[in-house]
Design a protein around this ligand. Sequence first.
Ligand SMILES: *Cc1c(COP(=O)(O)O)cnc(C)c1O
Length: 497
Amino acid sequence: MEVLYSSTRDSGKKVTASQTILKGLADDGGLFVPDHIPALELSMRELAGRSYQDIAYEVMRLFLTDFTEEELKQCISRAYDSKFDTEVIAPITQAEDTYYLELFHGATIAFKDMALSILPHLMTTAAGKNHADNEIVILAATSGDTGKAALAGFADVKGTKIIVFYPKNGVSPIQEKQMVTQKGDNTFVVGIHGNFDDAQTGVKALFNDRELAQEMAQAGMQFSSANSINIGRLVPQVVYYVYSYAKLLEEEKIRDGEKINVVVPTGNFGNILAAFYAKNMGVPIGKLICASNENKVLYDFFVTGRYDRNREFVLTSSPSMDILISSNLERLIYRIAGDDAQKNKELMEALGRTGSYEITEQMKEQLADFYGNYADEKETSQQIRELYESTGYVLDTHTAVAGAVYQKYKTETKDDTATLIVSTASPFKFTRNVMNAIDGKYDAMSDFELVDELSKIGNVDVPPAIEEIRTAPVLHDTVCDKTEMKTTVKRFLGIVS
Ligand SMILES: *Cc1c(COP(=O)(O)O)cnc(C)c1O
C-alpha cells in the first residue's frame, strides 16, 4: 500500500516519499510523518539469515513507496559497501548478558553513518524523479557527529552543496578535527559562538526564511536537510532494529516472538523514534529505554508529561546528546495525540513561546512502552571503567550513558528481558573522556597518544577514520556569531542582495 507523508502541523496536504526527502522540513515548520506505519511483510523467521542490505530493502520499500525496486536497491548497494569496515555493517557484540549493537563501523565511526551514507543517494534519486533541476544545498546543525557523517556523505556529490554549523566549543577535539579537515569543493564548515540548540534553531530559521528561499530559487538552488528531521534519515534507521532482531533469532539468542528491550542513548530523539517505528511494524520490542545525560529534559518528560527546556544547558562528555530541544519528539507527540495536527501545533507553539508544554493524561497513557532515565558524568565514567575491568570491552561515552541507565532500569524493575544496547559511537571518537574514565593517569597524554593507548588496552585497531585525520590539514576555519548564520550562508553560496 502506498505511504504518503504530511506535516505534523497540518495533515491536509499529502506528498510522496521522494518529495518529502527533497524538502526535508514541511513549509509550516512541522516534520513529515507517514500516514500509517506499514507492517513488515516477511516474518522474523524469514528475515533471519538475510544480509543487512536485503533487510534494508525489505524495510525501506515499505516506507519509500514511490521509489522503484531498482532505484532503491541501487541506493542501498552504494551506501552499505566497503565504506564500512565490516561486511555485516552492524555487528552485535555480547558483553556479560547484554547485546551491544555497534553502529559505528561506517566512514565517520558514529551511528549517523547508518543513515547519512544512504541519504545523498536517496536525495539525488528523489531529485531525478521529481525533475528538480535546482542545486540542492544541504544545511545542517550538528552536535558533532551528524556534521562529519553528512559531509562525508555529500562531499563531491554532483548537484549538491553542504553547509554544516557546529557549536565551536561544544564538540570533542576529534569531532572538530574530523569536520574541519573535510575535503570536497562543495563542503562548508562553520563554528558558531553558541550551543547546539542555537545552531539548530538558526538552521530551522534559515529553512523557514521565505525571502532567502526566493533568492536561492533565482540562483537555481534550494535547501534540503540532512538532520534527523528528514524522513530519509529516519527510515534507514528503522532497518537496524529489524536486522538486530533477525540476527539474534538467527543466532538462537532469542526464541521467535520473544520480546527484546532496546536502550538508546538519546539526543534529538531520532534513533529511538526509529525503534518505536520498528516496534509498530511488528518487531517484538518490549520496552524502549530512553537514556539521557545530564541534559535530562526527556527523562523529566517521561516522568511528568511536561516538556520543559527552560533550564541550564550542560556541556557533558557525551556532546552528541547535549540537546534541550529534541526535534523528533514532535513526531511522537503527533502520534500520541491521535495524529491530531492541530493539537500538536498548539503544543509546539507553546514550546516556541514559553519553552514548555504539557501533554494530556490520555496522551501520557500511550507512552507506557517508554522508560526514561539519565546518567550523570560520574555514573557514565563508572560504567566505562566497570565494563572494561570486567570484560575488556570499551564503550564510548554515549553508549556508556545507555549502559548506566540500563543498570538503573534493571535495579528498579528486575526485568530480565534480553536487551540490546545501541552503541552509537566508537570510543576512538571520544578518547580523552573514555581513557580518563578508565584511569586518571591518561590525562597527561596528547589526543593521538591516547588513540594509540586505547588501541592497545582495548585490543582493537585504530579505525581508518582516525588514522586519516592525524596529519590532515585544516581546510575550514570560519567562525561566526549565531546572528550571522544567514550572511555566512549567502556568502558561501555567492548570493548577494
Ligand atoms: C546523534 C547521536 C546520538 C543521539 O541520537 P538522536 O537520534 O539524536 O537521539 C547519540 N549518540 C551519538 C554518538 C550520536 O552521534
